[in-house]
Design a protein around this ligand. Structure first.
Ligand code: GLU
Length: 475
């Protein structure tokens, strides 16, 4: 049986898009599920659109997510001889021809066609040049491109694993360029030659490449290459069903990582964009995905990329990791450290306090600020809405006395809660009379984790300093 080999073939023209990650992930999963190989290939033949270092950044971002190429990563720009050879062969076999038309002539032609309400299409001006004419032009230094000659009156038929059969009339296709005048191949030629040369069994890519499929099939046939299985993945959509935006902040994988999204959450969510496991299971670690992924469960309908759902996954993973408390918790801590600045050494404690309340680690810095720096607050805030000044004073003074008696070694939520509840019972206070001012005293806020949690976090000394400060305000 043929070995399963898949590839992710990004053009280094920018950041890794969520859609790119989805393609890379599906290709990776299919290869791994079948004990095959996954290949990253850099498609850098469009020299005008190259961005310096974009290739390395794409590779690094994928590596952070655990998606690595099983073979040395190749750049198409290093393989020009291969495409040249294929182009020569296509010319020799009469499947392609040189076109010397100037850009001006092509422009003129197109304008005319548009005026006549024709679909713009190369008029085959150079199709029948004689060998002598061609040689003369080459000797004279005239530039040319190579065009694929679409067979007349042929219906091109193809098969896609997701979208099924396609069939398209040859006359609806243009004699497309396969080799540019700078001797670089176009995407069509390079990707077919490479997919063949790299023995790719499954070409997995976004639906936007579907229109290229008939052209690719023609090249495969002309070069007598066996066809791979084509797998086009459904479009990604915004929640309003428009095509997923290209605005970097919303779709750049690197930005999500910088914002502290967890790798587990990103992979889990992206895996579900256009694929479903066929049951209600929602949580998949990479290993589960490798086991359960299948091409049959890829949907045709566009998949909505919804950040709220991604946030939900992220929150769930943060919670799970804290509860499980295994080595992933250490990773979570070091991830959290980067959002806590000078308080990064407290990351573990902050995570325990806030982990179940956030959906993103980047919220930690802002949310935990008051723990390290008590914000100023108005003394009125200390009085619970169903209480009054006198009761508040009495309660908080009693609390100070009781808390002061707790030994350092017993300074924890349980002891703190028991001692405060004791006061409530003995003095016939309502919980609000005492817990409320304690919360405000410790946080300067009306909403926060519970007072006992705060008191424990702050430690006895700092906690009592804050309580005394509140008492002073009330005096
Ligand atoms: N270089 C193309 C891209 O940037 C690859 C398309 C394909 O996978 O064939 O998406």
């Amino acid at each position: 049986m043929q070995k399963i080999r898949t590839r992710f073939a990004p053009s280094p023209t920018g950041y890794l898009h969520i859609g790119g990650l989805r393609t890379a992930l599906f290709s990776y999963l299919w290869a791994k599920k079948n004990k095959g190989e996954f290949i990253i290939r850099i498609e850098d033949t469009d020299r005008a659109r190259l961005i310096a270092n974009a290739d390395q950044e794409l590779i690094d971002t994928l590596a952070k997510l655990g998606i690595n190429s099983d073979v040395a990563i190749k750049h198409q720009s290093d393989r020009l001889a291969l495409y040249q050879k294929a182009s020569d062969k296509l010319i020799d076999n009469n499947n392609a021809y040189r076109c010397f038309c100037s850009p001006e002539r092509l422009d003129e032609m197109r304008t005319k066609q548009q005026k006549n309400k024709q679909v713009p299409k190369y008029d085959r001006h150079c199709l029948n040049l004689s060998k002598e004419e061609i040689d003369k032009k080459i000797v004279a230094g005239q530039k040319f491109v190579v065009r694929f000659k679409i067979p007349d009156n042929e219906i091109i038929v193809g098969q896609d694993a997701v979208y099924g059969k396609i069939s398209i009339k040859g006359q609806d296709l243009d004699d497309f360029v396969i080799l540019k005048s700078n001797k670089f191949p176009t995407y069509h030629l390079a990707s077919v030659v490479d997919d063949h040369d790299m023995r790719i069994s499954h070409v997995i890519r976004g639906e936007e490449w579907m229109p290229s499929l008939p052209k690719h099939i023609l090249i495969y046939e002309a070069l007598k290459y066996a066809l791979p299985t084509f797998v086009h993945l459904p479009l990604l959509l915004n929640p309003d069903k428009s095509k997923l935006s290209k605005r970097q902040g919303d779709v750049a994988v690197e930005d999500y990582l910088k914002k502290g999204y967890l790798i587990e959450a990103l992979l889990n969510y992206v895996a579900l964009l256009g694929w479903n496991p066929g049951n209600n299971k929602e949580f998949f670690m990479l290993d589960d995905l490798i086991k359960e992924f299948s091409l049959e469960k890829i949907n045709k309908a566009g998949a909505v990329f919804d950040v709220t759902k991604l946030n939900w996954f992220n929150a769930e993973y943060i919670r799970k990791i804290i509860i499980q408390n295994d080595k992933r918790f250490d990773q979570l801590i070091s991830n959290a450290e980067s959002f806590l600045g000078k308080n990064s050494h407290q990351a573990k404690k902050v995570l325990r306090l806030f982990g179940s309340r956030i959906d993103n680690l980047s919220q930690l810095g802002e949310d935990s600020k008051f723990l390290f720096d008590l914000p100023d607050y108005d003394k009125k805030m200390l009085i619970f809405k169903k209480s009054d000044l006198a009761k508040t004073k009495e309660a908080i003074n009693l609390a100070l006395g009781t808390l002061g008696k707790i030994h350092h070694s017993e300074w924890n939520q349980d002891t703190i809660n028991t001692s405060i509840k004791d006061i409530i019972e003995k003095r016939k206070l309502s919980p609000g009379d005492i817990f409320w001012p304690l919360r405000v005293a410790c946080s300067g806020l009306e909403q926060s984790p519970s007072p006992a949690e705060l008191l424990e976090f702050l430690g006895k000394e700092e906690a009592l300093t804050r309580v005394k400060k509140a008492i002073k305000k009330l005096a």
